[in-house]
Every structure is written in C-alpha cells, then in structure tokens.
Design a protein around this ligand. Structure first.
Ligand code: GUN
Length: 294
C-alpha cells in the first residue's frame, strides 16, 4: 500500500487565494495596502530563494512588498538600525528578518528588536509568550502551516499521539505547544524528540502522526514509522543539487497512511501563512475608516 500524498501546494494555493480576497476587502475598506518588508543579510543561496518566493507570493496576493538586501559584513548595530527604522515606518506592517544571519550578528538581539505588532514570524518573546498562554497574536508560519494541513486533510489530532522530531525555536518547540493546546487541529498528546533522545525509533513507532523537523536529510526511515501513521516532513535539504526532506520518502510512503512530499508539502504552506500574518499585522495597526468596516 502506498500512502496518500498530502498536496500542500494545492492547499496553499487555495489559502493564498482566500488571503488575496481578504486583502482586497481590507484595501477597499481602509485605503491601506498591507505591506511586508523582508531583510536579507548576507548571501546564503537558500535564503535568497526563500525570500524571492515570499516576495512573489506577496505581490500575487495584493500585498505591498520590499526586500532589503544587506551585505555579509553587516554589523549587528547596522542591522538593528535598519530594524528600528522599519519599526518606525507606519506604511509597513510586517517585518521579516530572514534567518540565518551572518555569524557576527546575534539573531536573538535582532529578533527581539522587531516591533511585536510587526513580528509576522512570531519570533518576538512577547508574541511567543502570548502563544504559550493560548492567546496568540500571530501563529508562527511553519507550525501553523503544519496544523492547517492536518485540519484540511481531516486528520484527527485530539487524543492522538503526535511525535515531533526536533526542538527548534522556529518549528519543533512552537509546533509541539500548538498541537497540545485546546482547539481545532490540537488537543493531542505530544512527545518532542531531539538529538539526545534515547531509543528514538521506539518512540517514533508509537506516533499516530510523526512530524520530522530535524534538518537531517532522509533521517526518518520506514522502520521508524508505525504502519498507518501520518508523516509530515518539514525538512528542506539540498543533497547533490536536489531537494529532499527529513524523511526517506519512498520507503516511508509504503508504510504511511498519508505523507507530505518535499517539495510541495509544508513549504508552500509556510508562505501562505506569512501572507495571512501580514494581513493580520495590518489589521492590528491600521485604524479603520469607520468602525466595523474591516
Ligand atoms: N529561515 C528559515 N525559516 C525561516 C522562517 O520561518 N522565518 C525567517 N525569518 N527565517 C527563516
């Protein structure tokens, strides 16, 4: 049996269409174009591709968008200065500092400097705190993308065991939190595994849903997956010039009930959720022309 493919590309395209309609309504009601600025520091080729894709998606959704490119030698003080300038600009609503930043820059200090209402990545401690307390202002894009996929595919989560492989601040940690909280696409029993976890395969084999977000190409093998489980692959790795995920796709598909491909799974969802967060940021910052119109 070959597991069903979860078509993230199509689901994301539908969501992007939906965001585009709501962006148009917002523009009609307020006269304001929600605007996102991405800051790309250095010359990491993968980051350049991600930022370009985000930029193109913003344009297609009717969002204003700009990319600020800074050289690899940019100092932390210089990057902070840019962030402060963007914070103070009332014509832009979302700020995305693309990671990784070059090694001379402490990413935490830069992310902490982003105005919380413009923090469309949901990386600022104030927004992470709100998320932890179950009253999110923004949802982090990749974890929210995973959750939307599960909801769209009507994959039940309540009471089920979800194993998250990886404990990063961007994916593993917030995703585990979101899945265990009350709400749609949540209420799960969540286990987080990482590089220090003993007898990893014994744990992953107990998962009803297994999420791979560890950044190691094809790490998850068929032996690590319980037959009939759902497998969500968050990894984006480049091996011999080709993209692959954190899951050894073909053999794992043979045992899984459903699986996301790479590319075309979680990646497009991340971008769609970024567009949605940019609209949310604009709603939070723009005073409507008259109450109830937005
Ligand atoms: N680098 C890899 N993923 C992300 C992301 O979701 N946001 C930002 N800002 N940088 C990233």
């Amino acid at each position: 049996m070959s597991g069903r493919l979860i078509d993230g590309k199509q689901i994301a395209a539908d969501l992007r269409g939906n965001v585009a309609r709501r962006v148009q309504e917002f523009r009609d009601a307020t006269g304001v174009i929600p605007r996102l600025v991405a800051v790309l520091t250095g010359d990491d080729p993968a980051s350049a591709v991600y930022v370009k894709n985000k930029h193109t998606a913003c344009e297609a959704a009717g969002l204003g968008t700009e990319v600020i490119r800074l050289p690899h030698q940019t100092t932390e003080a210089e990057l902070l200065q840019v962030v402060h300038r963007l914070n103070a600009d009332p014509t832009l609503h979302g700020i995305l500092v693309q990671l990784p930043v070059p090694p001379q820059i402490n990413p935490q200090r830069v992310l902490d400097a982003v105005a919380p209402l413009k923090d469309v990545d949901c990386f600022h401690p104030e927004n992470v705190g709100l998320l932890v307390q179950g009253r999110p202002r923004f949802l982090p894009c990749t974890p929210a993308g995973v959750q939307r996929l599960l909801i769209h595919e009507q994959i039940p989560t309540a009471g089920r065991h979800i194993v998250v492989l990886g404990r990063s601040d961007i994916v593993g940690k917030p995703l585990a939190l979101m899945l265990m909280q009350k709400g749609t696409g949540a209420n799960a029993t969540v286990t987080v595994c990482h590089s220090q976890t003993r007898d990893l395969a014994a744990i992953t084999r107990t998962a009803d849903i297994l999420v791979a977000a560890i950044g190691v190409p094809r790490f998850v093998t068929a032996e690590m997956v319980r037959p009939g489980a759902v497998v969500i692959d968050v990894g984006i790795n480049r091996v011999d010039g080709r993209l692959c995920g954190d899951v050894d796709f073909e053999p794992v598909r043979e045992v899984a009930e459903a699986i996301t491909p790479v590319p075309g799974g979680v990646g497009p969802m991340t971008i769609a959720l970024l567009l949605e967060n940019t609209l949310t940021a604009a709603r939070l910052q723009v005073v409507p022309r008259s109450p109830g119109t937005v």
